[in-house]
Design a protein around this ligand. Structure first.
Ligand SMILES: [Ca+2]
Length: 409
């Protein structure tokens, strides 16, 4: 890919700052998107911003500059890229680190401005506080109107005293960060205000352990009720000593819905993360396990309907390397080897277990890439990880919009 005409090659050299230098080869870009906006460097002397996207789909690498796309096939034999290394932007600590295959001439650092650096879906904050380190980097904009100072499509104006934002309709605050419907809300400190534009009003969504219209009453429970847009994020304190080749999760649930993600063991941060997921799809139990590269297919068993009857059901999922067993109401309903080649055998779930869904604003369909359609509505209790003798303490987790389900509805 590097041996193309000179203009394409320029794109590349700029593109090399997008990926970990230790990987060396351009064609090994991640199988998902990375994009950045660069500008003001020769031969682009126009002081305008340019949009650059680079990535890989299958064995095709692509590069897109201001909407003009260039796609080439990668070298054969590449099927994965480990990007869990340091990311360098604009240059590296030592130019000796740059693999000679990545550039045609001597490597040099980037001169110009870079903003909106997004890797997969996560933006790298190019601020003083966020990166691990850096040198010789200054503020680029030079005015108080830096990149994305005004939120929600507000327009920034430079003022003598700094900046001001003109906010679009429905938004207010000095940086347009607040919905007008929430500008005078009564939600307590343990709550999020969610604007309801259709009713010109708002609702309060309570942090785990709080309840009431304004989230000002403390609550405790052992049965968690998920009402929609609800989630619990539990961090496993014993993760460091777990045997990740033999994992297990069990819980009780009840619902009247036919769709919903019940439990997701895994960080869910990017699509390379391992996970073990349990939920409902079309009214039946669905289990999906990713031990690496998403090579296994979802496991379902339509014979045993577990939904909609509002009765308690007991689920246990056991992973012994690549063998997965699923028990529903103490009956074995799935027993499958998801990868006889044993390419990946450990569930590296990062010590994170989500129940019911993900953080507010992170849609279940997006995070699960369509494996599950929506968040869980119903009740969950008795969650046990591995062979622990105790249930996890729900009240010690992080969560929102989860309420006391101990009694009745
Ligand atoms: Ca793994």
């Amino acid at each position: 890919m590097a041996k193309t005409d000179s203009s394409n090659q320029w794109h590349f050299q700029r593109g090399t700052s997008l990926r970990p230098v230790s990987e060396g080869r351009v064609a090994q870009l991640k199988p998902v998107q990375a994009h950045a906006i660069t500008g003001t460097a020769p031969p682009f002397l126009t002081n305008t911003w340019h949009s650059l996207k680079a990535g890989r789909v299958g064995n095709e690498g692509y590069l897109d500059l201001d909407g003009i796309n260039m796609t080439r096939e990668a070298s054969p034999g590449m099927n994965a890229l480990d990007t869990h290394t340091d990311f360098f932007v604009g240059g590296v600590s030592s130019l000796n680190l740059v693999n000679s295959m990545a550039v045609e001439n001597e490597p040099t650092g980037f001169t110009g401005c870079i903003r909106e650096m997004v890797v997969n879906t996560r933006e790298l904050k190019l601020t003083v506080a966020d990166p691990k380190g850096g040198a010789n980097v200054g503020d680029c904009d030079g005015t108080a109107c830096g990149y994305a100072v005004c939120k929600n499509n507000g327009t920034c104006h430079v003022e003598n005293s700094g900046f001001s934002c003109s906010c679009p309709q429905g938004w207010t605050g000095s940086t347009c960060e607040q919905s007008v419907h929430c500008s005078q809300n009564r939600c307590g400190a343990q709550a999020l205000c969610i604007p309801q534009p259709t009713s010109f009003s708002y609702i309060c969504i309570c942090a785990l352990g709080w309840s009431g219209k304004y989230c000002d009453s403390k609550t405790q429970f052992f049965i968690a009720k998920f009402v929609g847009s609800s989630y619990i994020k539990y961090t496993d304190p014993y993760y460091g000593r777990r045997d990740l080749q033999h994992s297990r999760i069990s819980f009780n649930f009840t619902t009247n819905q036919t769709e919903g993600l019940i439990a997701w063991m895994g960080k869910g941060e990017d699509e390379d993360n391992d996970f073990l997921a349990v939920g409902l799809a079309n009214g039946t139990l669905k289990v999906v396990v990713n031990l690496g590269e998403r090579i296994s297919v979802p496991l379902m068993h339509s014979k045993y309907s577990a939904c909609c009857d509002e009765r308690w059901h007991f689920v246990t999922v056991v992973q012994n390397q690549t063998c997965i067993k699923v028990y529903l109401d103490e009956e074995l309903i799935v027993f499958e080897d998801i990868d006889p080649h044993r390419k990946y055998t450990a569930l590296n779930y990062g010590g994170i277990c989500y129940l019911g869904g993900f953080e507010i604003g992170r849609e279940v369909t997006v995070v699960t890439t369509g494996l599950f359609q929506k968040e869980f509505i119903g009740r969950i209790k008795d969650v046990v990880l591995f062979q622990d003798s105790k249930k996890i303490q729900l009240m010690k987790a992080e969560g929102y919009n989860v309420y006391n389900g101990n009694y009745g509805n």
